[in-house]
Design a protein around this ligand. Sequence first.
Ligand SMILES: Cc1cc2nc3c(=O)[nH]c(=O)nc-3n(C[C@H](O)[C@H](O)[C@H](O)COP(=O)(O)O)c2cc1C
Length: 223
Amino acid sequence: MSIEIEKMLKRHSVRGFLPTQVDRNLLERTAKTALLAPSWKNSQPVKLFVISGDTKESISQKMIEDADNGVPINPDLKMPDQHDWPDNLHIRMKKHTIERMKYAGIQRHEKEKRLEFQRKMYKFFNAPHLFIFGLDAARPWSILDLGLAIQNIMIAANMSGLGTCPLASSVYYPDRIRETLDLDKNIKLISGIAVGYPDPNDPINQYYAEKLPAEEAIAWYGG
Ligand SMILES: Cc1cc2nc3c(=O)[nH]c(=O)nc-3n(C[C@H](O)[C@H](O)[C@H](O)COP(=O)(O)O)c2cc1C
């Protein structure tokens, strides 16, 4: 593998952003990389909603209000219970949660700080832009197409000096987004990403999730 490809793919989730808006041209070029992604028989089921400014703030406020009022989350793509994951995956997830909280300066017993971190997620870590990905009249296979579109955007953003964080939490209250953007009920909102310039002084951005050694995930056959 050439150094260029490794560099291109080197990305990590950014969870602290500068308030600087991304230039409209760059934002458009980045968003359009979603259209270059492959899709099942070229079905192209992915809808992308680029949300900034007051509209983003309004979605954020509504989600925080719901969370503070104890409204249960209701994602369109149902979440498996933590304990439904097989042990080997669950262990990695637990480790990630502990590490992420450590870099956020939060200890397990600090309930109020953990709630504040959750609110930060509903503010998309203060990123100036939120990309929400939806599927229109989709089939289960379309989830793969959506993931590929998201990854295109994250890599393109990274190459332009932008940071991103995929955020399942951005669609925990999808009706709030549909109501704000006046979207059809049939558009299912699957995930979002925060987009902006990374804040180099936010300690959480020093966190790099541990990746598996190649031999644990990749097997070679036939030479
Ligand atoms: C579908 C999806 C949803 C995610 N949702 C969140 C989220 O709500 N909050 C968060 O802090 N990170 C979220 N992440 C980021 C993962 O925690 C992160 O990708 C993983 O720990 C690996 O780290 P890396 O992205 O830095 O390589 C999500 C990632 C994916 C793929």
